[in-house]
Design a binder for this molecule. Structure first.
Ligand SMILES: Cc1ncc(COP(=O)(O)O)c(C=O)c1O
Length: 402
């Protein structure tokens, strides 16, 4: 009889665990030990889900709306999303071209899984959201990371895109506003990227627009709305960030019918539709209007300005102004090679984040997790009191490095 040995699927072995979750776990452990750790490592708004949305969820439970829904998500929800695309993005997606999933994370994973074939390349501008390369690997494809520069506010240039595309390139993943940098592509830069793609017809686009409403300057442009891009773009969005609904697990993708049908087939075999309760809440969110989001954005902008000013006052820290999301991604490489008071050498941003957590009680995420080891991510989804104290600790920590 063959004995089961613990060798796992090589695609799984090749994946990295989520570094953002690892940092959260370590910060929690220190807190349990009684340390006053301030966490600026979270990827979620520190606001409550708006009351009308929460109430719709409660009503769904009370009315017994607790069964499976259609695999693609309820038609009423997909109709509401279709109207949202029309209203906010100038995009006409039929409800049959929309698939609702357990968070935008699942939507991204499904899009990557159905589009990519083994050996394909997935172009991922860095700093990137931690999950993109791992999803590509899980699909049997290869992440092809293109590093952007702090000088260009971490935005991919048309030239970089043109030079990175090969015959094997199947997909490029764009995220604007970006996690982890907060950078936003202005419309003319998106158009310039689209112009390059028009010359490379074999490349699909995954446009992750989950932070679209958390925007401080300019207006959001959906990549699919650019001339000629809709047919080759899968648009991903969700409720987690704009409506402070991370725990409800509701996201969606939209694209060409064939792609959406394939993603729906995979979903039907993996998870089925998202929670019926969350779907009812999602409809309420889309009907509610954007006022609660606007209030949240006002608070985020105030915090961004505060953190940015303090960071820029620090010697050697370089940080572009983020125009969206709730993250800053300063370049801290000027601190590499220095030593802590206890004689430990800081080699990279992993060391720096570890030092700031262990010795100064502030949790950030090292840039290597996002493919850019010269930086680190600061989330300002935290109260002003916490931000003020955290900045004092970061200042103290960095100044103490000799
Ligand atoms: C860029 C980006 N895309 C997608 C997601 C997934 O969001 P969710 O699965 O909560 O809808 C996140 C969450 O952190 C994100 O930052």
């Amino acid at each position: 009889m063959p004995v089961a040995t613990l060798s796992l699927n090589p695609r799984v072995e090749a994946m990295q665990p989520s570094a953002t979750l690892a940092m959260t776990a370590r910060a929690k452990q220190l807190r349990r030990e009684g340390r006053p750790v301030i966490g600026l490592n979270a990827g979620e708004p520190d606001f409550a889900t708006p009351a009308p949305v929460a109430e719709a969820g409660i009503r769904a439970i009370q009315e017994g709306f607790t069964n499976y829904t259609e695999n693609m998500g309820m038609l009423a929800l997909r109709e509401a999303i279709s109207r949202k695309f029309e209203r906010e993005n100038g995009l006409a997606y039929d409800p049959g071209q929309i698939l609702c999933s357990n968070g935008a994370k699942q939507s991204v994973a499904l899009a990557v899984m159905v589009l990519c074939r083994p050996g394909d390349e997935v172009l991922i501008p860095a700093p990137y959201w931690v999950s993109y390369p791992e999803m590509a690997r899980l699909a049997g494809a290869e992440p092809a990371v293109v590093s952007t520069s702090v000088e260009n506010a971490y935005r991919l240039t048309p030239k970089q895109l043109d030079e990175a595309i090969t015959e094997r390139t199947r997909l490029i993943i764009l995220c604007s506003p970006s996690n982890p940098t907060g950078s936003v592509y202005p419309p003319e830069e998106l158009e310039a990227l689209a112009e390059v793609l028009r010359r490379h017809e074999h490349v699909f686009v995954l446009s992750d627009e989950i932070y679209e409403h958390i925007l401080f300057e300019g207006e959001h442009v959906s990549f699919a709305s650019l001339p000629g891009m809709k047919e080759r773009t899968v648009t991903v969005n969700g409720f987690s960030k704009a409506f402070a609904m991370t725990g409800w697990r509701l996201g969606y993708l939209a694209g060409e019918l064939e792609i959406v049908k394939a993603a729906s087939k995979v979903q039907s075999q993996l998870t089925s539709a998202p929670s019926s309760i969350s779907q009812k809440a999602g409809i309420a969110a889309l009907e509610m209007g954007l006022e609660p989001v606007r209030e949240m954005v006002v608070a985020f902008r105030r915090r961004r300005d505060f953190v940015l000013e303090r960071l820029r006052a620090l010697d050697g820290v370089r940080c572009p102004t983020p125009e969206g999301a709730f993250y800053l991604f300063p370049d801290v490489s000027a601190y590499f090679g220095r030593e802590t008071a206890t004689g430990r050498r800081i080699e990279d941003s992993d060391d720096l984040c570890f030092y700031l957590l262990e010795e100064h009680d502030v949790a950030l995420v090292p840039g290597a997790a996002f493919g850019t080891p010269t930086g680190l991510r600061i989330s300002y989804a935290a109260s002003m009191d916490d931000l003020e104290e955290a900045l004092r600790r970061i200042e103290r920590g960095l100044r103490a490095l000799g």
